[in-house]
Design a protein around this ligand. Sequence first.
Ligand code: ZN
Length: 267
Amino acid sequence: MPAAALAYGGRLRVAGVQKKKAAPPLGSGKPKLTRQGQNAYHTALCIATCSNGKPCSHMACGIVPGTDGKNANAASAVPYCAQHMRNGDSGAVKAIPHPTNKHIGRILIATRDLPKGYRFAYWGTRGRWTPKGENAEFAMEFKPNCGVIDPTPHGGSLMQCAGHPGPDEARNLAWGDESFGTRYDDVVGRELRLCQPVPKGHQVVLNYGADWMKTRPGIPYSNIGTAKYPAPPAARLVRAAGRAALGQVNGTDNASKKQGSGKGKEN
Ligand SMILES: [Zn+2]
């Protein structure tokens, strides 16, 4: 064995065989895609995705469609392109009327498996908070002292259709840290993120707060999940199911020990 090879612990290294990694070009320090496969905010590209999971290739111009279907030409900081402002993130979710309970209104369904951390924008017209206003139940705080987000004039602002969890259910969507726009903008938004993965066909569920049902007197508080469109179970039910499964395992183990099989798990 050559002396040079011995110097490397016996493994022969030949100069030039091991290639150095090319240095990344300037300005490319941040990844352009999030781990969920969406365009990162700093790219100024639309954060929506296609039905095959690929990110939208258009700039997030935030042009708000007019109510008559024409382009109102009002730019905003909402990170969707004109098409996805018009249709919502239709490659990821769709809004449908609740199949069995008309009181619930529309619900939001994942149209493909969505990973934890997937981002949406809850967006709409910035306005004053009027507790008795017609759209009060959908208006969400934008930033402190900066008004509220009213999504109701915008059919493409799909996140307003996310259902509120019933007594035996939990949310899978939570408010993120980002907000889009300033207190002077007409159209603004806030980030929403999935706090757990959502399988295709399951509901995307947002907790609108403890007061949600108080604003809807006369409507029974019920679960929104159905066999076809499930909603996540409440944490207490998940814990109870875990305990039951554990009890079953321990019970089986004890039984097998009694039978002297010797395969039971040691406690
Ligand atoms: Zn887009």
